[in-house]
Design a protein around this ligand. Structure first.
Ligand code: DGJ
Length: 714
């Protein structure tokens, strides 16, 4: 189990409960990928395809063509026509990257990346490849119980400067045509599950926008045609990176299926000086031969135990009231006080003051960078609001957007050169704002200090860290010519450093991530943000798709979903209040609605929701998720989350339009057949066997109707 090396076969073996992953040192010292799949004692190695392509002339060996070779880390320039994992240019312009096996070691501690977030772990195989003065370390860590392998690559330059043109975190070579799933979408409809069939073509799933983006997520799933939630192959590949990324999946005429992934090489060139090392982001690979659901559960477990901010990952999350959808920029101290009074009545834990509390920010046009209270709106600063929260037994949370600057701000007046713009005077605005150049130490330190003193001098227990625009500037006046084409990457690294120095230096504050909704929802931010706003679309119907897609690799507690007003402000849908409560129960939760406007009945439902959420919260934090109905295919949503000991569970089923489906049979999953469960909402006891095999009959009464079930072992 774990990691081993067979001297006799010259093979590296990585094994988990279900997976075997084998690669070997060939006679000519290349590293050959041999097997990745179901555990077996009978490994059948991939045949090298002997094609009519150029072969490498070697002294004593037979013909050896790289284009049909399953290279464990495919390199450019030696006859491989597929997408490659690495390409670098030497000082003389040559690009023959002939990486051969040099050495290996197996260690009991996993490497922590220097500049990027990475998982904890307790084993690692490091295989070093070398090409003259360039050395490439391939790192592999194994999480046996979870069927997960984590990989990254470090490139060391011992000779004259080289330029890294492509540095993927991995390539994975399989055989045959596969389906590939991506989480694609747009603002308000993030992470929709899209199925692609890669057949004699190349699929590129990427972001070029500097953030992982609303449009594509750094998750790619390789599956078979008939893979379902409970059956078949599902290999999930998730990058621990929040910037521009790409996954390429390629199927060739020789039936080779290669996937590469990592930092997007669209406008990426990174000079590596003598003696320097470059580390790629990690990729987390979850293997399941029992369908997508198991693949997801494995991701959830590994993220909760080895990546997500340790201070909060298993801590009960506060139920928040956020004023954004209620007031936007138009609030007074009095309005906020009224919201806090109502929040207390309903049992809410934390009030979060969103955008508009600083500088002279009355709309989107100004003040980012001026992180001191709005004089007209909050003449006595934040203190009266914080005091009001305290008097009501609530905690206080605050919205910030530290990576950004408005042209109309004191900060911009003092330091226009801190904003990323271009030397020819073309300024691309997005939401009227610019991005700060955090690679400039003076800018970095200013932002770090002003935000840290804001957090140190006010009693703040929750921060919503927003980021509302994409990158579009390809120039920074402090970087050398040949450093410009890695600016997006460098600013991402500086942003992680800023998070290190703000978030990690405030271990008692819970940080929530946000990026115009869900434009930076990826494992890279998990180290800092225990939860992230997964979409600006709070409509309970749209959330069926968003939350279902997001759960493919991200645990329920890592995404936030709030109850909001109807007609919904983003899409106009009208859903029952109880359905809004039910959908918002399957994540970290809160309210985005004017609490002072609730009807008596809604207020009662909200109060019930809060007290029920407090009861089920351990399940949301650490339970196993089972997806039952898929809104993309079944026109119905149903999920159940079950405690590890199977004693407790919580399920939600939600309909779409009533004319599509009125009666359904809900068969639960994940329970113990021999346990009896009391279902609170129905006041009845049924065995796990009955619930899973016979199910219970559901009658929907109106559009977007829903039901929830709280189960406990009798
Ligand atoms: C975008 C976020 O997604 C919203 O929730 C809100 O915080 C606004 N930004 C504020 O500008």
């Amino acid at each position: 189990m774990g990691i081993s090396f067979s001297e006799q076969e010259q093979q590296f073996l990585l094994s988990t409960n279900d997976l075997l992953y084998v690669f070997e040192i060939t006679k000519n010292n290349y590293l050959k990928h041999v097997y990745f799949g179901k555990k077996t004692n009978d490994v059948v190695a991939f045949e090298n395809t002997n094609v009519g392509d150029p072969w490498i002339k070697q002294d004593k060996e037979e013909r050896f063509s790289m284009s049909g070779f399953s290279n464990e880390y495919g390199a450019f320039g030696i006859g491989d026509y597929r997408e490659v994992a690495i390409k670098y240019t030497r000082n003389d312009g040559s690009r023959n990257n002939n990486l051969k096996f040099k050495s290996y070691k197996i260690v009991s501690n996993k490497t922590k990346l220097n500049e990027l977030p990475s998982l904890d772990g307790n084993n690692e195989l490091i295989v070093t490849l070398a090409d003259k003065d360039v050395e490439v370390d391939l790192h592999y860590s194994v999480y046996e119980a979870e069927n997960i392998i984590v990989r990254h690559v470090a490139i060391r330059n011992l000779g004259e400067k080289i330029i890294l043109n492509t540095v993927n975190s991995f390539n994975l070579d399989l055989k045959g045509i596969h389906d590939v799933y991506s989480l694609s979408g747009w603002w308000g409809h993030e992470r929709q599950i899209i199925k692609h069939n890669v057949n004699l073509s190349i699929l590129n799933i990427d972001s070029k926008r500097g953030l992982s983006s609303h449009y594509q997520n750094p998750l790619l799933i390789i599956a078979d045609k008939d893979t379902s939630e409970d059956k078949g192959l599902a290999i999930g590949l998730n990058l621990v990176y929040s910037g521009s990324f790409s996954f390429k999946a390629e199927h060739t005429i020789y039936d080779d299926f290669r996937v590469v992934g990592g930092i997007n090489d669209f406008d990426f060139d990174y000079p590596l000086e003598k003696g320097k090392c470059f580390e790629t982001p990690e990729v987390v690979i979850s293997y399941s031969n029992d369908g997508l659901n198991k693949m997801s559960q494995q991701f959830h477990d590994v993220y909760r135990h080895y990546l997500i901010n340790k201070n909060f990952v298993f801590k009960t999350r506060p139920i928040v009231a956020n004023n954004w959808e209620t007031t936007r920029f138009d609030f007074t101290e009095e309005k906020i006080f009224n919201l806090i009074d109502k929040a207390k009545k309903i049992g809410i834990d934390t009030f979060v003051l969103d955008d508009g509390w600083f500088g002279h920010r009355d709309n989107e046009l100004s003040s980012l960078g001026d992180w001191y209270p709005h004089k007209a709106r909050l003449p006595k600063g934040l203190k009266p609001i914080i005091d009001k929260c305290k008097q009501n037994g609530l905690k206080f949370g605050l919205w910030i957007e530290p990576e950004m600057i408005s042209e109309d701000s004191d900060l911009y007046k003092a330091h226009p050169d801190w904003a990323l713009t271009s030397p020819d005077g073309i300024i691309n605005l997005h939401r009227h704002q610019l991005i700060l150049n955090l690679t400039k130490p003076e800018c970095f330190n200013y932002i770090k200090n002003i935000i840290n003193s804001l957090l140190d001098n006010n009693d703040i227990s929750y921060v919503k860290w927003d980021c509302n625009r994409y990158y579009s500037e390809y120039f920074a006046d402090n970087l050398k010519n040949d450093e410009q084409a890695s600016l997006f990457y460098r600013n991402m690294v500086a942003t992680y450093k800023l998070m290190d120095e703000i978030v990690l230096s405030h271990p008692r504050i819970l940080f929530e991530g946000c990026a115009a909704g869900g434009a930076r929802f990826d494992p890279g931010v998990f180290k800092y943000f225990s939860q992230s706003w997964c979409s600006d679309n709070s409509d309970a119907y749209s959330r069926q798709f968003i939350q279902y897609g997001t759960s493919l690799s991200y645990p329920l507690s890592s995404f936030t979903g709030h109850i909001s007003v109807c007609p919904n402000k983003q899409v106009g849908t009208i859903t029952p209040f109880k359905t809004r409560c039910n959908m918002a129960s399957l994540c970290s939760t809160g309210f985005e609605i004017d609490l002072t406007e609730l009807t008596k009945e809604q207020e009662q439902l909200a109060t019930n929701f809060v007290s029920r959420y407090k009861k089920i919260s351990p399940l949301i934090l650490s339970g196993d998720l089972y997806r039952i109905f898929n809104p993309f295919e079944d026109k119905l949503f149903a999920e159940i989350v079950v405690s590890k000991d199977k004693n407790k569970a919580f399920a939600v089923i939600a309909n779409q339009k009533l004319d599509r489906k009125k009666n359904v049979n809900l068969k639960f999953k994940g329970l113990r057949e021999d346990f009896n469960y009391f279902i609170e909402e129905c006041n009845l006891v049924k065995s796990g066997m009955q619930l899973m095999n016979e199910g219970i009959k559901i009658y929907f009464k109106e559009d977007y109707d829903s039901y929830s079930f709280t189960l406990s072992k009798k």
